[in-house]
Ligand binder design. Structure first.
Ligand code: GLN
Length: 197
């Protein structure tokens, strides 16, 4: 069984571990470099990217994470995790850094204060039926690099057309929280990426 870690210093860790257990991989929390070294893939969960950035540094995980992602470790960033994976962000706080690896520009808290959280059904080409997505102070993708594939956009309302799920090779990222609805299809897709490496 492949081992998939969940960055566990901050964010929705337990929920992701539970979803990973449903798709036939061995889930494991990752808090230290020795634990990172043992995983075949990693989930960067939703939470608060500014705090994740600080804690990753404080626990000396930032550079090991950067290195493993650059070396091709499959990584699934969700919400704050998508921000952490982005090469470039807008709307970050002063001094905020990301791990990078994914050639996109992501806008933090993009949907605005009026719509702190919302839900939407998204069409994914790889899925037979829509995926019900929960967005919480979510980012969106403003620019995708040449090799980055757009997997889903918002289809209705003022944010129609906004990109909320992308993939580049072994990197997967969503603006929303796939760990909150009990629909494990995106964790399943990520497990396939990890198995296929
Ligand atoms: N707004 C948060 C951030 O900037 C992300 C919110 C979330 O992960 N639900 O990190």
């Amino acid at each position: 069984k492949p081992v998939i870690g969940v960055f566990a210093l901050q964010g929705n860790v337990r929920e992701h571990l539970a979803m990973l257990a449903q798709v036939g991989v061995e889930p494991r929390p990752v808090r230290r470099p020795s634990e990172l070294a043992e995983v075949d893939g990693l989930v960067l969960p939703g939470g608060e990217s500014t705090t994740m950035d600080k804690l990753a540094r404080a626990f000396e995980l930032f550079e090991p994470l950067q290195k493993r992602i650059a070396d091709g470790m499959p990584t699934f960033g969700t919400c704050a995790g998508m921000i952490m994976l982005a090469n470039e962000i807008t709307g970050g706080i002063e001094g905020q850094e990301t791990l990078g690896g994914l050639d996109v520009t992501v806008r933090r808290n993009a949907f605005g204060r009026q719509v702190d959280s919302f839900e939407a059904d998204l069409e994914f080409a790889a899925l037979n039926t829509p995926y019900h997505a929960v967005f919480i102070r979510a980012p969106w993708v403003e620019r995708v690099g040449r090799d980055v594939e757009t997997l889903a956009t918002v289809t209705e309302g003022p944010a129609a057309g906004r990109i909320v799920a992308v993939r580049h090779d072994r990197l997967l990222a969503t603006s929303f929280h796939p760990e909150m609805t009990g629909d494990a299809r995106l964790h399943g897709l990520f497990a396939e990426i990890v198995r296929g490496q």
